[in-house]
Write a protein that binds this ligand. Structure first.
Ligand code: HEC
Ligand code: HEC
Length: 247
């Protein structure tokens, strides 16, 4: 597919809010690849614990190849340098995001897309190699050390978490957590496609520290910029609620 057609396709995806039916793969095959078949256990892109945050070896050629794919297919929704477009595509070059997102998480998200949202599955079009080149390019934006994530099971109270979600998070993420399809700016954090790929460590880190340079403020710190300050227990409750009610 030419770059021109890719851009047109991407723009079509941005306007048509159609679930999972976007991306090059959608033209050839309608079935979205499953995580199990594309990323079997033992694959370096599986696992999001702090020990496996960086698995892709970058070099100048990979970064250049990734930049070309990104410019051809991603900027229409995520911005020229991954700065994001509110309500269209989340920021990808945010510091706290790049610190908490493992290479495996980025690879799988780009490869599989996010079913039910406008984020297409790119795996069928670019292959594993192309997707990993994009991740190498994304890493070239900023020199960011991976953070240590606490991937322990969520141990909160789902009902208490539902109250926090309704009172604080729903304003931006939607009452059902559908994200852009329901509200103007937050992503679809209630969706199974997101939660299946997301570790508890990632959720804990982003909720506590926010996403730098986006409306997602830190909730875990007594900072003046926070919308609300949550205790660690309340953060556990929200994560437990999200996991319990993923759809
Ligand atoms: C048609 C618009 C669109 C295009 C084109 C697009 N994305 Fe996305 N992307 C989205 C949306 C919308 C989300 C968030 C979906 C949600 O969870 O609500 C997203 C999410 C992501 C995420 C996860 C971010 C996070 O906060 O967890 C990554 C990584 C990503 N996209 C990378 C890419 C890359 C790389 C490309 C190009 C190959 C691309 N996207 C092309 C719309 C798009
Ligand atoms: C003022 C609006 C706002 C509020 C309130 C808010 N968020 Fe967010 N959140 C956002 C936005 C906007 C993003 C995506 C940022 C971007 O564009 O990159 C986001 C991103 C996230 C992400 C990362 C999602 C992904 O795709 O990687 C998580 C997790 C999250 N929020 C959880 C929460 C939780 C839990 C609450 C309630 C305690 C909450 N947010 C409250 C605006 C908000």
């Amino acid at each position: 597919m030419s770059h021109y057609r890719r851009v047109v396709w991407a723009i079509a995806c941005a306007v048509v809010i159609s679930a999972g039916a976007c991306g090059e793969g959608a033209e050839a095959a309608s079935a979205t690849p499953s995580v199990e078949s594309e990323f079997p256990a033992g694959d370096p892109a599986v696992g999001t614990s702090s020990g496996e945050m960086r698995t892709i070896e970058a070099n100048a050629a990979r970064v250049a190849a990734g930049r070309e794919l990104f410019q051809g297919s991603c900027v229409s929704c995520h911005g020229d340098e991954g700065e994001g477009r509110v309500g269209i595509g989340p920021a990808l070059n945010s510091e706290s995001f790049l610190a908490a997102a493992s290479d495996g998480y980025l690879t799988r998200t780009i490869y599989l897309g996010r079913a039910g949202t406008t984020m297409p599955a790119w795996g069928a079009g670019f292959g594993r190699e192309g997707v990993e080149n994009i991740v190498a390019y994304m890493r070239s934006w900023r020199d960011i050390e991976p953070v240590r994530l606490d991937d322990a099971p969520a141990r909160g109270d789902a009902e208490a978490g539902a109250v926090v979600f309704r009172e604080i998070c729903a304003a931006c993420h939607g009452n059902s957590g559908a994200g852009y399809q329901e509200t103007a700016n937050g992503t679809g954090i209630g969706r199974a496609a997101f939660l299946a790929e997301t570790s508890n460590g990632y959720l804990r880190h982003i909720i506590a520290n926010g996403k730098t340079n986006t409306p997602m403020k830190p909730f875990g710190r007594p900072a003046a910029i926070a919308v609300a300050n949550l205790t660690n227990d309340e953060i556990e409750n929200v994560i437990t609620h999200l996991r319990a009610s993923a759809w």
